[in-house]
Design a protein around this ligand. Structure first.
Ligand SMILES: [Zn+2]
Length: 100
């Protein structure tokens, strides 16, 4: 029997402040999905809710990707950078999303 192991405990969330970091993270998540360790899951909660002062409308920002670890249940939020706007990766250890 083969036990799959995940690397979640070794990883933490991070800011994405360069293309190099972005590419490395993108490759990492893709690899984990290919190995069926992480599952690409729909993003159903915004990481930011704000209000537009101009139109008095609610603004919701959603991350680009969510990945769920099939081994430890960890949830990863991956927001692609749009430079100069930085991206980020956030980790939710028990798989429960905490809205900010
Ligand atoms: Zn894991």
């Amino acid at each position: 029997m083969i036990f799959k192991k995940c690397d979640c405990s070794l990883l933490t969330g991070t800011e994405i402040n360069s293309y190099k970091v972005f590419e490395e993270l993108g490759a990492f998540f893709e690899q984990q999905v290919n190995k069926r360790i992480y599952k690409d899951v729909p993003v159903n909660k915004p990481f930011y809710i704000g209000h537009s002062t101009l139109k008095k409308r609610e603004i919701k920002w959603y991350a680009t990707k969510w990945y769920k670890c099939s081994i430890c249940g960890c949830l990863w939020e991956f927001n692609y950078p749009d430079f100069p706007q930085k991206g980020f990766v956030r980790k939710f250890e028990d798989g429960k999303y905490i809205e900010t």
